[in-house]
Design a protein around this ligand. Structure first.
Ligand SMILES: C[S@@+](CC[C@H](N)C(=O)[O-])C[C@H]1O[C@@H](n2cnc3c(N)ncnc32)[C@H](O)[C@@H]1O
Length: 235
């Protein structure tokens, strides 16, 4: 999965998948059981805009332990998850089996989705594409565009460049050796508002563009995590 072809700026691309995630999950960490609230709100807010609202076909890229898809499957939706960590995918499959839930889980890279065009009603990226470089992230967003049906909706949580951090510049726009609130999860690319609108989602209709700021004021030097929460529609 490493991809070291040169990017547009002549620097090598970031590895599309930082293997630290396989180590995290294999150590039994970050195997979340419950969904993120933004995903729950997104599904309930937009599902009635689809004719078959009770059984949508939903894809999550970088699904990890499938905590978000677990909620969607319990609500009766047909769910598909892809993640490059085989340990996370194995955990997801076992959990779904144990709870008699149906889901399709694939170990793979979200820059090359193994699905046909116009297949999904909804797609989810919850803090997944910010874990790769800008070129790979754009490829993943373009792949989601391809596999969503026209008027399909794409919910995103993406780290913003307001996040306080230390570290070094890596290839393809990522920061590596990160210190601060997001330390320990490998490479991250932090996005400006311009990159969201004019690069990543250039071909989409943006239905929601929100910026969340979480400040930890208990520390002597306050830390900030900034997140873009975006709902984009395939025209
Ligand atoms: C911050 S975790 C989020 C997991 C899940 N979306 C959630 O909300 O709990 C980021 C996930 O992206 C996955 N990931 C990173 N790069 C990937 C790639 N190129 N292809 C597929 N999955 C990738 C990681 O393995 C990890 O599970």
């Amino acid at each position: 999965m490493p991809n070291n072809e040169p990017g547009n700026d002549g620097m090598p691309l970031a590895t599309t998948f930082d293997p630290i995630w396989e180590n995290i999950y294999a150590d039994g960490k970050q195997l979340n059981l419950y969904p993120y609230s933004g995903v729950v709100s997104f599904v309930f807010r937009y599902r009635t805009q689809v004719g078959h609202a009770d059984r949508l076909r939903i894809l999550e890229i970088g699904c990890g332990a499938a905590n978000n898809l677990w909620f969607a499957a319990r609500e009766g939706h047909e769910v598909f998850g892809i993640d490059a960590s085989s340990s996370a995918i194995e955990f997801a499959k076992n959990r779904f089996d144990a709870e008699n839930l149906e889901g399709t889980f694939i170990t793979g890279d979200f820059t090359d989705l193994p699905f046909t065009d116009n297949f999904f009603d909804f797609a989810i990226n919850r803090a997944a594409i910010s874990q790769t470089g800008g070129t790979a992230a754009k490829r993943a967003v373009d792949e989601v565009f391809r596999v969503l049906k026209p008027t399909g909706k794409f919910y995103n949580e993406i780290y913003s460049d307001t996040t306080t951090r230390g570290g070094r510049n890596g290839p393809d726009g990522v920061t590596i050796d990160i210190t601060g609130p997001l330390a320990g999860v490998g490479q991250i690319k932090f996005y400006s508002r311009a990159e969201i609108g004019s690069v990543l989602f250039r071909d989409w209709t943006i239905l929601e563009l929100k910026h969340h700021t979480i400040e930890n004021l208990k520390l002597s030097v306050p830390e900030i995590v900034g997140e873009w929460h975006i709902v984009a529609e395939k025209p």
